[in-house]
Design a protein around this ligand. Structure first.
Ligand SMILES: *Cc1c(COP(=O)(O)O)cnc(C)c1O
Length: 493
């Protein structure tokens, strides 16, 4: 069963938690207890991705049976990924890049968003919900497209995505504005990602607006990693990566590994923490930020202070000041102290800052925070290319830079997985600039320039973008979000 981190909502099943997205007390749903694996680690290491998906999710989706799970998992991972391994692990030097970007939108969000719509559809059937679910999502670039792709033409759902008009890469924007499917709606917001995220959160919390939608047989839900349907499937690939290390005889069963995660909303790294709590031998969680280094500050001082300006960087999916899923981690580390979490989160929303106790800070020992400047990010892309003939995108470069710093600081030689979260072809201009390759005003020419020096294929979904028409040409201010939603859903005053 699932309960809220803020302790004032009743316990519900996994299917209900996926439908609701966020709890009524504004907290995030967490399992009563993080389950432990009972199977021997050695056995799990030999599972295929899909077998592992069923195995892991069975521990969490308390009201799904195996057949339902298998149906969802097959629909999600069969034929949708361009690599047969789904999430291949690639060794370069002493690092292992876990390539999470072989799905339909070339970023790691696909790992969960291929599956989540199917889990949600099953949840709706289970709970005999006849209302249409409206997925409302704020995106810093990648979630939006992955959610659109996952939900397009799924019966019983509509999807609305707000992205920061000038906060994404051109390719990311084009991926969203060309989205097909009559149940999709995409809007550029005049503001940054935090404006979009706060706007969406306040709509979720507006009971009058929600009642209005309900009268019209709509219920709102979310595809951000605040939804358990989004972050639980991300646990799978940490186990999978570990299994590949064992299979390739890089480690022995039971040996600890480190993970480096380029972090924004703290969803991906939180999934790694869940994997460890379930029994996966993880030593350090290395949390990598870009110049929006609020998490680095937090992990080094215990003070979370969002009173600063958001910077637009070459790793836009990490341009975030409010890392929502940190709330879940603090909840677990404080032994489920929902009163504490409520008051910290109230402080964050009222004064923009909170500080945790020394005692709680001590419990963060397994988390190491680091960050990369824009200059370091560009240098890292070039370094990895020159040294290994391997292209990485700016998000992955942030992670690699922090990994190098960590090694120097710690002398830790534990085998380390780098979560490689996006295809370099999604950010061709920044990658080419880093490599001193000529860039063109037409991104597709830039992509070809990049391809000409690389042994890496261009994802077919990015190639196909060139010939797509722009379908969504909407733009709005923060205070217009609600009225646009009403227009799209044809809900009157
Ligand atoms: C979303 C995203 C991230 C950040 O992941 P979180 O789960 O939000 O921390 C990093 N890199 C890429 C490419 C992303 O799309």
């Amino acid at each position: 069963m699932y309960k809220s981190t803020r302790g004032k909502s009743k316990e519900i099943n996994s299917s209900e938690a996926m439908i609701k997205g966020i709890a009524d007390d504004k907290g995030l749903y967490v399992p009563n207890e993080i389950p432990k694996i009972k199977e021997a680690l050695e056995t799990i290491c030999s599972f295929t991705y899909k077998e592992l998906a069923t195995y892991i999710l069975k521990h969490y989706l308390n009201d799904f049976n195996t057949e339902e799970l298998n149906t969802c998992i097959t629909a999600a991972y069969e034929n949708k990924f361009e690599h047969k391994d789904i999430a291949p692990l690639v060794k370069k030097g002493d690092a292992y890049f876990l390539e999470l970007y072989h799905g339909p939108t070339a970023a790691f969000k696909d790992m969960a968003l291929c599956l989540f719509p199917h889990l949600l559809k099953t949840s709706l059937e289970k709970n005999e919900v006849n209302n249409e679910v409206v997925i409302l999502t704020a995106t810093s670039g990648d979630t939006g497209k992955a959610a659109l792709e996952g939900f397009a033409n799924i019966p019983g759902t509509k999807i609305i995505v707000f992205f920061p008009e000038n906060g994404t890469s051109n390719i990311q924007k084009l991926q969203m504005t060309t989205q097909e499917g009559s149940n999709t709606f995409v809007i550029g917001l005049n503001g940054n990602f935090d404006d979009a995220q706060s706007g969406v959160k306040s709509i979720f919390n507006d009971s009058q607006f929600n009642n209005k939608l309900l009268e019209n047989k709509y219920i709102l839900s979310s595809a951000n990693s605040i939804n358990i349907g989004r972050f639980l499937p991300q646990i799978i690939y940490y186990f999978y990566a570990y299994g590949q290390l064992v299979k390739n005889k890089e480690i022995s069963v039971g040996e600890k590994i480190n993970v480096v995660v380029p972090t924004g909303n703290f969803g991906n790294i939180l999934s790694a923490y869940y994997a460890k709590e379930m029994g996966l031998p993880i030593n350090k969680f290395i949390c990598a930020s870009n110049e929006n280094n609020i998490l680095y500050d937090f992990l080094t001082t215990g003070i979370y202070d969002r009173r600063r300006n958001l910077k637009v960087t070459s790793s836009p999916s990490m341009d975030i000041l409010i890392s929502s899923n940190l709330e879940r981690l603090l909840y677990h580390l404080s032994d489920n102290d929902s009163n504490l979490i409520s008051s910290l989160m109230d402080e964050l929303s009222e004064i923009g800052k909170y500080e945790i106790s020394e005692n709680l800070k001590d419990k963060l020992v397994d988390f190491y925070g680091g960050f990369a400047t824009e200059e370091a990010t560009a240098k890292t892309i070039k370094y990895v290319y020159d040294k290994y003939d391997y292209l990485i995108d700016p998000h992955t470069a942030v992670a690699y830079h922090v990994y190098e710093n960590y090694k120097q600081y710690s002398n830790d030689t534990t085998k380390t997985i780098i979560a490689s979260t996006a295809s370099p072809y999604k950010f061709p201009t920044d990658v080419c600039k880093s490599l001193d390759i000529s860039i063109d005003s037409d991104d597709f020419n830039t992509i070809n320039n990049l391809f000409s020096i690389s042994s890496m294929n261009i994802p077919s979904n990015i190639k196909a973008l060139k010939n797509k028409n722009i379908i969504h040409n909407n733009n709005c201010e923060v205070n217009e979000m609600k009225s646009l939603i009403k227009d799209f859903l044809k809900v009157g005053e």
